[in-house]
Design a protein around this ligand. Sequence first.
Ligand code: UD1
Ligand code: MG
Length: 449
Amino acid sequence: MPVSLIVLAAGMGTRMNSELPKVLHKVAAAPMLHHALAAGASLSPDKIVVVTGHGADEVARAAQHYDEAVETVVQDPQLGTAHAVAQAAPKLADVAGDAIVLYGDTPFIRPETLAAMLAARAEHGVVVLGFHARHPGRYGRLLTAGDRLLAIREFKDASDEERAITLCNSGVICAEARTLFSLVAEVGCDNAASEYYLTDIVELARKRGLSAGVVICDEAETMGINTRAELAAAEAAFQARARAEALDNGVTLTAPETVFFALDTHIGRDAIIGANVLFGPGVTIESGAEIKGFCHLEGCHVSRGADVGPFARLRPGAELAEDVHVGNFVEIKNAILDEGVKVGHLTYIGDADVGEFTNIGAGTVTCNYDGVMKHRTKIGKRAFIGSDTMLVAPVSVGDGALTASGSVITEDVPAEAVAIGRAKQVTKPGLATALFERLRAIKAAKGKV
Ligand code: UD1
Ligand code: MG
């Protein structure tokens, strides 16, 4: 049965105290909107519509960055959650099957939970995701009778008795798409907030003879983010879970509490991750690779048997083949290092291709930027780049070639050649002693004055 997703993301997020739309604040290096989309994506939805409002253009760009197929609609003004859902109707006018409503600021709903909601649709016309709240605060309350959901009462409109209920509304709702849109079209705004409440569709559905049910999830999944403090708490919750999952999956974390994962970090079994490692977006570490302490990685791929760090930085487009060694104080960006390449120390390799088993000496720099454009450096197989070589791109070094230490290489080096690009050494016997004597005499003369 086809499924569509509607993600509500129009709200202002006043309490974030920010220029940035709330759903674009990041948790685990990804906008919180991407977390909601990722949970929804697990259902392989036919259509995804994100309802934008505040910062509509920026939010739409972020949604399409996640998946080009995501459609967006602008809700302006924002008159409530039912009004938000209604804006998605034209985009989903002729879809068959169910629609699930998610919030863009609620990043931790699990795929299994959404699947359970779809399954519960076999028994109920409308399925609501609820949770037992330790501190129910201002959440909407679920009014139930046995396993039936009778109504959702917003806090502002609830009686004292209703406020005493601890079973709360997460906001996630599922119904047949056509039914959902015909129900939201009936919602009015005669309530304490004068808003069009999505929650009213439960009673409206029951009036039509449709039943409503609740799926209950853990409170941690429904954690919404409204403030910077909640954003920090969400980050901590994500990292705690990601570390536990990595350990479960057979990854060694020497000091788990000091490792930070991104939403899309992939780490293979038997990889070893040292202390104080940070994964930005887009990192894959294959089985058995080792990342030593204090590394910063983003947008890179580290193959089996490779080892990186300590104190290395891999930036977007860094591709390390099997058994590559990248040592301390090395930065790699947009560069392909073939099997067995060694870059041991104090080096920048950017916009480059390095052939298998080539050795890059300490202090080597690919000078890839001329102030206006970027250029590529190509180094062949089994080459030897002497320490402190400046490779002024565009430039190439052939297979098996050698550059002398301290060279500035501005011309292509053919295969198997030696290139020396530095001033010739001049040696003056005895001059050091004479020089020091003169300096000491000058110092002594000054001391007398
Ligand atoms: C809503 C629910 C409440 C539930 C709570 C869970 C309603 C009426 N109430 O209340 O039962 O316990 O969430 O967090 O649905 N949004 C729009 N357009 C709008 C209004 C809201 O896109 O016009 C978006 C917001 O950006 C947010 C989500 O919908 O992502 C929820 O809106 P919010 O104002 O936070 O609703 P609550 O009052 O928290
Ligand atoms: Mg809210």
